[in-house]
Design a binder for this molecule. Structure first.
Ligand code: SF4
Length: 87
């Protein structure tokens, strides 16, 4: 997806183009694999929460770009490989 930014500079256009190309990321949990050890919550507490019932709750299925590094860290830290990011 591309569109013109009337008052923007080339840098602005590239920024918008990059955001459009990336699209929203979507976090998927394989609930069969998850063992609720909360390592993902340690990496991205805005997105993952293991509650007193020992279950993982996905707080934000489509986190914003500002959380990408944390979510990617959560994916890497999951010992069960239960997390996937879909672009
Ligand atoms: S790190 Fe993996 S196994 Fe642990 S709670 Fe998160 S998704 Fe589940």
């Amino acid at each position: 997806m591309a569109f013109a930014v009337e008052v923007g500079s080339a840098r602005m256009w590239l920024w918008w183009n990059r955001i459009c190309m990336l699209g929203p990321m979507r976090v998927v949990v394989d609930w069969e694999l998850c063992e609720s050890n909360a390592l993902c919550m340690a990496a991205a507490p805005e997105v993952f929460e293991v509650r007193d019932d020992d279950l993982l709750y996905l707080l934000d299925e489509e986190p914003g770009e500002e959380l990408r590094a944390k979510v990617e860290q959560a994916v890497r830290s999951c010992p069960k490989a239960a997390l996937t990011i879909i672009e």
